[in-house]
Design a protein around this ligand. Sequence first.
Ligand code: NAI
Ligand code: 15L
Length: 269
Amino acid sequence: MPAPRTVLLTGAAGGLGTLMRDLLPDYGYELRLLDLRPIEGAPDAIVADLADQEALREAVRGVDAIIHLAGISLEAPFEKIVKANIEGTYHLYEAAREEGVGRIVFASSNHAVGYTPRPRGDDPLIPIDTPRRPDTFYGLSKCFGEDLAQLYWDKHGLETVSVRIGSCFPEPTSVRMLSVWMSPADGARLFHAALTAEHVGHTVVHGSSANTRLWWDLTSARALGYDPQDDSEPFAGKLIAEQGELQDGNEAHAYLGGQFVTDPPIWPY
Ligand code: NAI
Ligand code: 15L
């Protein structure tokens, strides 16, 4: 597959979308932007809801690949999750199939497997084929997205890399994040690898930097050519001094999904 150049970035107004709008052009991509919300300084961005099938079909026409970030990114009532993340992702895949787009990079999440106990001591890293254990309706919608991706590969030959993103923010802000943080620069490296690796079929990868306190296995991401350069460890001293170490008896510290297991942040809209 030749390296894709024109890439539709859905969710381009969001936190991760904003970071990637800055970073991905350096890899030679021409980005077409889409979001429910207008983007300041980007008058050409497509303002559309994932429910609008006509708009999606037009948006994907002629692109080489799609990075699909749009959707509800926190916990929400089931009905809202169904509309944005389940039906919305289905509409995007249908548009891509109809317009012959060859590859999608799907923003899955650690919360698809959020009830997986975090490794302690000498426990092995969480493998990529760990059983699904969603911690929220939000995590459940990411399980759906991964299965949809598998179906569209098996049935239609549309390739996907599903990236189970840990926490991609400019800096880690909690002790848990020290283990799952993906620096924005490593995020761009991983998306670039996912867009350019050959013959990915449907591949699921963990998305994080090469953190000293890593909880999960990065082998399938590295197999795409991803070579993470960052580590959260320089942030550890300050965060641990402020928040303390993760505690054995605390349920919010017991699982990969952290606080999503006990008290998930709620989508505000
Ligand atoms: P965000 O909430 O900042 O951005 C999501 C964007 O999607 C927003 O700009 C919103 O307007 C747009 N959107 C929501 N519903 C839409 C709809 N129906 N139609 C069109 N656009 C819609 O989230 P963030 O942090 O940028 O995450 C991006 C993606 O990556 C999300 O799918 C999230 O689930 C996933 N992810 C992010 C992680 C992170 O650390 N930032 C971790 C794991 C997964
Ligand atoms: C996610 O899936 C969320 O979209 C993001 O906002 C963070 O909460 C992240 O997971 C996390 O687990 O830190």
